[in-house]
Design a binder for this molecule. Structure first.
Ligand SMILES: Cc1ncc(COP(=O)(O)O)c(C=O)c1O
Length: 379
């Protein structure tokens, strides 16, 4: 059934938001939550801290539900995807002969962290061109061998929106005893993701894209079987098993994922993400995915009609919330600048224009953005 969610997205008239793969806007309920938290803090200080803890706990459950983790205790809050990737990369007890396989097309956060391991632990970071084999997954597998400890992959590639076949990668990793680390920032909140169907050892995503939350608050899932095998590199009161027992001299890290949260929680971020995530779960990720797919297919059809070069793989199993195209007769960077000036939020990626509409994106706004692309003439 079609529901109009426009009331949750009171974007300024004339602004067209096609950049959810960049930084998503905050829904109305998130703005309200932040305003009310600000009022509460300025008037009551931390008097209601217990309620804040309740929100934190609920948000952990929302995150668990979103990825279908076994327990909310498997989720830690982090400040970014990059931080969670760093927790993994510097937590594993590497042996010098081991290697990590990742794609050269990845966002920098999911490349440089693996490269950094060479000088520190003698671990080889094997960069793979995803287009060097019949399928992107086969390209990754071709570089793996008996010394591969981990495969790192984004569920959806940031520049062209390529959706990886996580089921295939997950199966391969299980069969070869390889750890799987999934950067999920371009999938969560846009496309269903289910740990039961596609088991992974580590999953991380900040909230500021498809999850419509502020920057600075994200989630990190760690397979509970591996949790205590990860070395900890950050320490503080909040990670202790006996939370709040400040005077105890003997301590141990929390047995759950809180061990990865060293200090005070980002309560402002938690309040905001709680509100945004409540919307995502209320709308339902299946429905969201359906609406996003419609928007992407609509844009795709128009691009085909205009004869533009579509960079993204539009086969149904590869599609995501991202579509990137190039106009061959103009400088695409200038076209991007033109769109920006015309109040269309999008990104310049793969030498083309990246659009990333969400479920609520109105069709007339997409049409307007497409008209701007079509009618653009080089000066
Ligand atoms: C695939 C991917 N991974 C990681 C990041 C960076 O995320 P964060 O700022 O949360 O570290 C981005 C941001 O665009 C991204 O697209």
């Amino acid at each position: 059934m079609y529901t109009n969610w426009a009331h949750e997205f009171p974007l300024q008239p004339g602004l067209i938001h096609l950049n959810h793969a960049g930084v998503g806007p905050w829904p109305k309920r998130t703005k309200d939550a932040i305003i009310s938290f600000a009022k509460e803090n300025s008037q009551n200080g931390s008097q209601k801290y217990v309620e804040w803890e309740q929100k934190e706990s609920e948000l952990r459950h929302y995150c668990q539900q979103l990825i279908n983790a076994k327990s909310a205790n498997d989720i830690a809050f982090v400040k970014s995807t990059s931080e969670a990737l760093s927790i993994v990369a510097y937590g594993i007890a590497w042996q010098a002969h081991e290697n990590v396989v990742y794609a050269q097309q990845e966002f920098p956060s999911n490349r440089i962290i693996w490269q950094s391991l060479q000088s520190r632990f003698g671990v080889e970071a094997r960069s793979v061109d995803l287009y060097q084999a019949t399928t992107p997954e086969d390209a990754l597998f071709a570089q793996a061998d008996q010394n591969t400890r981990l495969i790192a992959v984004s569920a959806v590639q940031f520049a062209n929106g390529l959706r990886m076949d996580l089921a295939k990668i997950s199966q391969y990793c299980r069969a070869h005893n390889i750890l799987l680390c999934v950067d999920a920032i371009q999938i969560l909140g846009a496309i269903p993701f289910n740990l039961t169907k596609t088991p992974a050892d580590f999953v991380m995503a900040d909230g500021h894209k498809w999850l419509l939350s502020p920057e600075g608050i994200g989630m990190f899932y760690c397979n509970p079987k591996l949790r205590d095998q990860l070395h900890l590199n950050q320490y503080g009161w909040h990670m202790m098993e006996k939370l709040g027992d400040y005077e105890a001299l003997d301590w141990k890290p929390a047995s759950d994922a809180r061990r990865f949260e060293c200090g005070s929680p980002n309560n402002l971020g938690i309040q905001a993400m709680h509100a945004s995530m409540s919307l995502i779960l209320e709308v339902g990720v299946e429905y969201i995915y359906n609406m996003i797919s419609r928007n992407i297919s609509y844009i795709h059809e128009k691009y085909k009609k205009y004869g533009f070069n579509i960079v993204s793989d539009m086969s149904s199993n590869r599609q995501s919330g991202i579509i990137t195209m190039q106009r061959q007769d103009v400088d695409n960077y200038n076209l991007y600048k033109h769109l920006q000036k015309s109040n269309v939020l999008c990104a310049y990626r793969s030498n083309g224009i990246r659009f990333s509409p969400h479920f609520y994106t109105p069709r007339d706004e997409i049409d307007h953005a497409l008209d701007l692309i079509c009618n653009y003439k080089e000066q």
